[in-house]
Design a protein around this ligand. Structure first.
Ligand code: H2B
Length: 96
């Protein structure tokens, strides 16, 4: 079992993640990305997939050609946890 984030921790972290927004109706965060083409988008997804395996934390996502939509939440916690924040920061770092 993973602990969900407390409200103060949630507030403290919100400013650290400028590219991520709350997912409407869910305890989750999401980010939409647009790449030059499908190859760039899928290359990025491949890198995130490897990252997800190393962190044992997996995104919910979708891809349409050059667009990738990522939602992060922790199923084991029934909502946002520190794992999602760590993953969001690692994804942001990949993007430079
Ligand atoms: C058994 C395994 O550690 C768990 O199922 C992991 C795998 N990846 C996961 N990913 C996400 N997003 N939430 C989880 O709760 C989760 N749990």
């Amino acid at each position: 079992m993973v602990e969900p984030l407390s409200q103060p921790r949630r507030d403290a972290l919100a400013g650290l993640l400028p590219h991520w927004a709350p997912t409407p109706g869910r305890d989750a965060i999401r980010r939409e990305l647009r790449f030059r083409d499908f190859s760039e988008a899928f290359g990025f997804m491949t890198r995130v997939a490897l990252l997800a395996e190393t962190q044992d934390h997996h995104p919910e996502w979708s891809n349409v050609w050059n667009r990738v939509e990522i939602t992060l939440t922790t199923h084991d916690a029934g909502g946002l946890s520190e794992r999602d924040i760590r993953m969001a920061q690692a994804i942001d770092a990949l993007l430079g």
